[in-house]
Design a protein around this ligand. Structure first.
Ligand SMILES: Cc1ncc(COP(=O)(O)O)c(C=O)c1O
Length: 587
């Protein structure tokens, strides 16, 4: 449950700020009441007083979806469509295909769904609309009946459920949504996702996904060529996300060194240790936990002020581990760290890995896409090394705005994945099939069934060309540089680390006037820690924008601005600054 305290700073962070300058609102009062009173009485009281809705209507950012104006069918214009003849309140899912004569009803129903989606898409790009119509969980539970029933719902109810779900969804395509590394909505990517769902197949064999398997083959090869591996040779797979791609890499590294682990398990191998920087993604530790290696066997290497791994510390820790009798088997360098956007020095790290014969993985989940930019790809120099960069994670669902999910693991050695993961299930991977069995790629995956993630990326790539992706990535980096230049010397801002960010991550503190000149450093730090969460809570209440924050090491909560949404513009960056100041000046 969300805490009501974060609407304002307050002494113990639980009270509402009622100052006249404060953006605290009646809605906030109702929210606090709703949380305190049991049985939803608070929320009902708010609903009775109509507080939330009145306030939303008064808020210029709150815009209602376009209402149909003509036609009994609900279309926005005069038309001859069949909608008017189909009454969804009397129909059920069993009336749709494959029901006899279900084609017209199905078409009309799906058209209605497309209309709902279209209205949502158009709204999502409209800066006058909210990024989010935020409600606390208890409120949202009470606003709609989400319970599953024994009896079927009418198609009318189903359409209402679609509308309600989108009403409260985050508009991730909104040009002012900066909260996550995955933002934006690409129209061709969306079309590809619809096609993928319509085809509704599985990636494990060529016989059930002939085109998709070939597209995966072609695209992975292209990605390896872009990495710089000779003739695009190697292997790879699309996985359910960067965390899983990273775990695959760790699994392969272990198998490469100790193939017996596949049959005999961890008791057959010595104590293994992995290395990654203190700024790396938590998925490295998760992978170690899941693979039975253990989080204590992941050694965190020091990073410099800008968040880059220090290779000398890596070498020192490898030697230290060896002296203890442990076996270093895996180094994960990060190309684009999650918070600072730092690129570890891959050349120096690969020298160390080669010297000690340790698998080098590059976690480019966030920064891998910069390989597509002639202006920025130098940040990953070393990733192409034939002699030492064994695997790369690259998430097109982050910086390239491919709809979730789309993450690739690229591996330099051919055949290793197959050997590591294959189980030869003879009901799927029959050896006497009538086509080239190398296209039955499913046995190299950890999964059995695998979602088709490739088509969105492939179709977007066709639509934009490599130069289109390059332009999109360069633009996001330009926007972040603009933000950095705008705030680095602006009154009330402090950068978390010195120098121009390498990725689109811009990390900064906003200091409200009240604490700018506070003498007591400890007191100032304590106060500053609470500023970003309160501004963020206010952003969500107003729904005007969203940006992430976090502490890091001994640094108190700061904003981490990231830009991956191609819809964002310089004006949106200006807006973000103004909004932070509007929402935070009284704190
Ligand atoms: C550097 C890095 N690696 C891995 C991941 C995990 O990726 P996913 O969310 O696709 O699992 C992230 C996610 O933010 C990341 O920033």
């Amino acid at each position: 449950m969300a805490s009501p305290g974060f609407w304002s700073l307050g002494g113990d962070n639980t009270g509402a700020n009622t100052g006249s300058q404060s953006p605290s609102t009646p809605r906030a009062w109702c929210q606090a009441a709703a949380q305190k009173l049991s049985g939803g009485i608070g929320s009902k009281l708010c609903a009775l007083l109509n507080v939330g809705e009145v306030e939303k209507a008064a808020d210029p950012a709150a815009k209602q979806p376009p209402q149909p104006t003509a036609g009994t069918c609900g279309c926005n214009k005069s038309c001859n469509c069949t909608k008017a003849e189909v009454g969804f309140s009397d129909l059920y899912s069993t009336d749709l295909l494959p029901a006899m004569d279900g084609d017209t009803k199905t078409m009309t129903f799906l058209q209605e769904v497309v209309d709902i989606l279209m209205a949502y898409i158009v709204e999502s790009f409209d800066r006058e609309t909210k990024v989010i119509d935020f409600h606390y969980p208890n409120e949202l539970l009470q606003l709609n009946n989400w319970e599953l029933q024994d009896e079927p719902a009418t198609l009318d109810d189903i359409l209402i459920s679609c509308r309600a779900t989108l009403k409260y969804a985050i508009k991730t395509a909104h040009p002012r949504y900066f909260n996550q590394l995955s933002t934006g909505l690409d129209m061709v990517g969306l079309a590809a996702d619809w096609l993928t769902s319509t085809a509704n197949t599985n990636m494990f064999t060529y016989e059930v996904a002939p085109v998709f398997v070939l597209l995966e083959y072609v695209t992975l090869k292209k990605m390896r060529e872009i990495i710089g591996w000779q003739d695009g040779r190697g292997d790879g797979i699309f996985s359910p996300g960067g965390a899983i791609s990273n775990m695959y890499a760790m699994l392969l590294a272990r198998f490469k060194m100790f193939p017996e682990v596949k049959e005999k398990g961890m008791s057959s191998v010595p104590r293994l240790v992995a290395f990654t920087s203190e700024h790396s993604h938590f998925s490295i530790k998760k992978g170690a936990a899941a693979l039975g290696i253990g989080t204590e066997s992941v050694i965190c290497i020091k990073a410099d002020e800008c968040g880059k791994m220090i290779p000398a510390d890596l070498e020192r820790r490898i030697l230290e581990a060896k002296q203890k009798g442990f076996v270093p088997f895996f180094v994960s360098a990060t190309a684009g760290t999650t918070v600072y956007g730092a690129f570890d020095p891959l050349i120096a790290i690969s020298d160390v890995c080669k010297k000690y014969n340790v698998w080098m993985h590059v976690d480019g989940a966030w920064g891998g896409s910069l390989l597509m930019s002639r202006r920025h790809r130098w940040k990953l120099d070393g990733v192409e090394r034939q002699d030492w960069a064994n695997s790369v994670t690259w998430n097109p669902h982050k910086m390239m705005s491919v709809p979730l999910q789309c993450s690739a693991l690229l591996v330099r050695e051919e055949g290793l994945m197959q050997n590591c993961n294959q189980m030869h299930a003879c009901y799927l991977f029959q050896q006497d099939k009538h086509y080239d069995l190398s296209y039955d790629t499913g046995d190299k995956a950890l999964q059995c069934g695998r979602h088709v993630d490739i088509f969105k990326l492939w179709l977007m790539w066709r639509a934009k060309g490599t130069i289109g992706f390059e332009a999109q990535i360069d633009k996001c980096l330009e926007l972040s540089e603009y933000l950095y230049n705008k705030i680095k010397d602006r009154e009330g801002y402090e950068m978390v680390f010195d120098g121009k960010p390498q990725h689109t991550n811009v990390c900064f503190w906003y200091l409200p006037p009240g604490i700018r000149y506070m003498e007591d450093k400890e007191e100032r730090k304590k106060h500053l820690h609470k500023v970003a969460p309160v501004i963020k809570a206010r952003m969500m209440e107003y729904g005007t924008t969203m940006v992430g924050y976090q502490p890091q090491g001994d640094k108190v909560n700061f904003f981490r601005m990231v830009i991956s949404n191609p819809a964002a513009t310089f004006e949106d960056i200006d807006f973000l600054i103004e909004e932070i100041e509007r929402l935070g000046h009284d704190l």
